[in-house]
Design a protein around this ligand. Sequence first.
Ligand code: PLP
Length: 450
Amino acid sequence: DTQTQQWQAMSRDHHLPPFSDYKTLNARGARIITRADGVYLWDSEGNKILDAMAGLWCVNVGYGREELVEAASRQMRELPYYNLFFQTAHPPALALAKAIAEITPAGMNHVFFTGSGSEANDTVLRMVRHYWAIKGQPEKKVVIGRWNGYHGSTVAGVSLGGMKAMHGQGDLPIPGIEHIDQPYWFGEGGDLDPDAFGVQVAEQLERKILEVGEDKIAAFIAEPIQGAGGVIIPPDSYWPKVREILDRYDILLIADEVICGFGRTGEWFGSDYFGNAPDLMPIAKGLTSGYIPMGGVVVRDEVVQTLNEGGEFYHGFTYSGHPVAAAVALENIRILREERIVERVKAHTAPYLQKRWAELAEHPLVGEARGVGMLGALELVKDKKTRERFTDQGVGMRCRDHCFDNGLVMRAVGDTMIISPPLVISTDEIDELLAKVRRCLDLTAKDMRA
Ligand code: PLP
């Protein structure tokens, strides 16, 4: 057997990878990724692949950054681990908390560290309920999320999220979680213009609040731009209307910044992009550029003041504020700041990417090409005018396979193709990305005609 076949056998015999249909995977064999540099991956067969997903929306500074390796090894030598449970602290966690406060929206100056985005959302659920209990309103405990939202794979993450296929496994959501529709204009907007649709879906929030009881709602949780759901960019009218409703009923806003955070939109956080002032922000992914697991919840000062009055918050993780992860995150933020990567995305590479991306709307297979910052989505359709979809549900997967076979990682969410490249991608690499996308769209169109 070749080395690749040996690895595939190990996968089949011993490994249960996430989000996988094991039968299908084992039949075709896992693709083995062995190394990476810049915006490129290499597989075990030596193929060079442009990673237009930055891993899983996370490798913001690109692969192969020696400074991050150095930061990790330095910290491992100095203090590889210590917990934060015994009224203890260590310099990396403290320096990181301060650095995060410097880049987050005004009035958000504290962070609770977790090991992942899912743990951040478990934390945020407990935290908002705890907050209202301290304020003497323990009945304010329902959290409203959105259909097709994604907040992770733990029990709380799946429950807050709105992925019906996930709810169907494990008897979820847990009680006390409600969902409203997403602001998905292309798919669900019908004949409405985008802003009218944005207001209409935002108003569902108010109807849900009144249905459940206006004194029972703790918080609304949403991604500024829904990522895993298909890069759902809300119409301009959406967020201002949501904010107005939340203020009217004294409900906290949780902006899940796990994808949008750390520069993805060309601003530091998606909330900055939309001019939102959330009360709590789960973060992860771009916090360390994915080099090491870490997440957290950034908390508004007013919420912290209340938590301070609540006695001990019985919550935390062995790896909360892990010193090595914190050292890597700190160095990652230093790179983002000193190389002015977020500013460069906003002023230079995002406008370039978005201009070229929009041109894809001319392709016969593309019903809509949308994007913000370093995020993009293409809606694959059978009929551009009527937005009729292919009955063959596999069109996205087909396109994704063509991409992989032609040296490009582009993700398929149903019939929506998605990119989220490293923020450091150059304009030449964007040209290469676009050329590959076009070729794969052509190959997919040919399949669909056959
Ligand atoms: N929240 C959002 C918006 C995400 O996209 C993700 C992961 O994709 C998560 C939470 C969960 O993060 P993790 O996979 O680190 O648990």
